[in-house]
Design a protein around this ligand. Sequence first.
Ligand SMILES: C[S@@+](CC[C@H](N)C(=O)[O-])C[C@H]1O[C@@H](n2cnc3c(N)ncnc32)[C@H](O)[C@@H]1O
Length: 237
Amino acid sequence: MDLFHGEWSTILPPDAGAVASPGYAELFTDPRIAWANEVLGPFEGFDVLELGPLEGAHSYLLERLGAASVTAIEGNSRAFLKCLCMKEVMAMKRVTYKLGNFVPYLADCPRFDAIIACGVLYHMTEPLVLLERMASKADRIMLWTHYYDHEAIQARPDNNLYAKPAALKGSPYRGVKRFYPEAAMAWRGFSGGSERHAVWLEHDSLIQFFHDRGFTTSVQSDAANSNGPALSLCAKR
Ligand SMILES: C[S@@+](CC[C@H](N)C(=O)[O-])C[C@H]1O[C@@H](n2cnc3c(N)ncnc32)[C@H](O)[C@@H]1O
């Protein structure tokens, strides 16, 4: 684990072995995956696609919930290698990590029983493309994402990172360009997208997208998140 000294985001469980830099995110005890299992599952016996596993904590939770297989696509090569370390250390047996961009992967992949897209939508420059492809490959989708809320964002000290909200490319859905802070991009453990900006959808557009495609939705608000308004969403049809 110390190969990636100073680059871990996840707080590792005590049985992960010696780690000099323990991270900050409690992903091994993340209640969002348990909630998704309640609303969309149980995941037991499911073939699950996980987008952006980062360091593998959610993959581990999905396997422990009984998923028959977890296919996890990670685009950052260092994060991919950290996932492989985590897989070894945590003895994951039914998880397969693939290195690459999950957007083109979703165009050609088989259907899955469920897709977990936690912390990835707000890194997309074209979030509607990702949503459309997910909706074409599964009838159960869980996502956690930031969204654009004008009042909440304008009240933030980093409101200069956001452009003007607008309708996205002739669609009925609205979003805004959001630029990454320079300092965040400079960190070696940076877990964002590959461009200098992403597009954040507005809250109602996000929900409406799923309703327009025949999904029912359950939402848990994370509006007070320190990095900007966010929500967990389970969509099912
Ligand atoms: C903010 S982290 C979220 C990690 C984890 N899923 C969670 O919820 O804690 C985003 C992860 O998605 C990966 N990622 C972002 N865009 C990607 C893409 N287009 N294809 C593959 N991986 C991507 C990043 O490298 C990073 O590991």
